[in-house]
Design a protein around this ligand. Structure first.
Ligand code: CA
Ligand code: CA
Ligand code: CA
Ligand code: CA
Length: 432
């Protein structure tokens, strides 16, 4: 799910659009991709039509039918050609319609009196009015650009946003490194943010759930009885993860479809009281189901459906062996293909072992993360790319440590909260 945060401030100085330009397009297929690799790459080209205020010729584009992108400033215009060069026209009082030479440009954008272009190597060049530094981009590796009237934004390759001359507009870029698109107006910015997983803690003695967002807000509600084993999953396929409980005294599962206080929406029994419940989408259909790990057998039992109406779930779809006695099972999509697999946290050593298929075999990957006694949970955080990576909750200092890749190394981030006996859960909660 995508979120659309915004930040605003300052007065809007842009008087209004005086120019509209449209690119009439055709698609052609060329034989060599932008990276030089052979293969068919579709490139859209066309000629440009302008209309509206034309006091400076800004609505009279140059001839040609090999344009791939257009940008309209206050009273100047830019177009990107198929050969990677830029042409400008209209008002050029401060050089805003005179792009730098070169044929390695991939994107253009135009503000009040300044312009930016993104180059194939990820760098940005600026020209035109630079009275506040808006046409002097910082060095870096970028994937997208946007300009407001008097300020500039760029999306970095790591998913963070950089703004310059942003303070002039009161539009300083927000923190975070999981943005996928940017846009800038007169004095405000917009960004598309990817919805990643985040974590919660459940107090098993009271059934109190606390779900924490990336900005640190905590939503609290009660669900379950003392001793229930908590987990989260998307039971109804709406993209939001919500609570589930496994009551080991009677081997009943209690699932709820919202992150609020209330009774279970789905109830059924399955497995043995000593089984460890596992929630995941084991067939990639967008719905999480409950499976189990039976520690006495080191055996995973995978089930791709939910039970209902207090009935039994029936036999597992299939099973496989993985792990050693004492290992704690976890679920995650370690390879980002949309299908969850399983892993094991060996608490005696702090090693994490995982497989990329739901079959018996040796670990496909393993690395050390956390200390013995840490409580392990996996999710898509830090780098939101569909790949789940570990986090551990350490009871001794009530700190959660996050790793952003499935590689050995220290924690990429950490947060201290909760109490020593609380249990970690993870998911997309549906609120920021
Ligand atoms: Ca859901
Ligand atoms: Ca499924
Ligand atoms: Ca997978
Ligand atoms: Ca990830």
């Amino acid at each position: 799910m995508l979120r659309l945060p915004f930040w605003t401030g300052g007065s809007v100085r842009r008087a209004g659009s005086c120019l509209l330009v449209v690119l009439l397009v055709v698609s052609v297929v060329v034989g060599v991709g932008a990276d030089g690799a052979a293969g068919a790459v579709e490139v859209t080209t066309g000629y440009i039509v302008g209309w509206g205020n034309n006091s400076n010729g800004e609505a009279t584009p140059p001839p040609g039918n090999d344009y791939t992108a257009i940008a309209a400033g206050f009273i100047h215009s830019l177009a990107l050609k198929a050969d990677g060069s830029i042409v400008g026209w209209g008002n050029n009082s401060i050089g805003q319609a005179t792009p730098p030479p070169g044929n390695d440009y991939t994107a253009i954008t135009a503000g009040w009196e300044h312009s930016l272009a993104l180059k194939a190597d990820g760098s940005i060049v600026g020209w035109g009015n630079n009275s506040n530094g808006q046409a002097t981009p910082p060095p870096g590796n970028y994937t997208a650009i946007g300009v407001g009237s008097w300020f500039s934004l760029a999306l970095k390759a790591d998913g963070s946003i950089v703004g310059w001359d942003a303070n002039y507009a009161g539009a300083a870029a927000p923190p975070g490194n999981d943005y996928t698109a940017i846009a800038a107006g007169g004095a405000h910015g917009l960004s598309l943010r990817t919805a990643g997983d985040w974590v919660g803690l459940v107090d098993p003695t009271t059934g109190s759930w606390r779900l924490r967002t990336r900005i640190g807000a905590v939503t609290q509600f009660y669900y379950g009885d003392p001793g229930d084993v908590p987990f989260m999953g998307d039971w109804d396929g709406d993209g939001i993860d919500t609570p589930g409980l496994f009551r080991q005294s009677d081997a009943f599962a209690y699932l709820r479809n919202s992150n609020t206080q209330g009774i279970a929406d789905i109830r059924f029994f399955f497995g043995d009281p000593s089984d460890i419940p596992l929630a995941g989408d084991f067939n990639g259909d967008g719905y999480d189901t409950l499976s189990i790990y039976r520690p006495s057998e080191q055996r995973f039992y995978i089930i791709n459906r939910l039970g209902q109406n207090n009935g039994g779930l029936g036999a597992a779809d299939y099973w496989f062996l993985f792990g050693n006695p004492g290992d704690k099972p976890v679920v995650g999509d370690w390879d980002g293909d949309g299908i969850d697999e399983v892993g094991l946290h060996r608490e005696s050593s702090g090693f994490f072992y995982y497989r990329n298929t739901l079959t018996t075999g040796a670990a496909d990957g393993q690395f050390y993360f956390g200390n013995p006694g840490d409580r392990f949970v996996a999710g898509d955080w830090g780098v939101v790319d569909g790949v789940d990576t570990p986090a551990v909750f350490r009871p001794g200092n009530t700190t959660m440590y996050f790793r952003y890749t499935n590689t050995p190394g220290v924690a990429d981030s950490q947060v201290t909260w909760g109490q020593a006996n609380w249990l970690p859960v993870a998911g997309v909660f549906g609120f920021e």
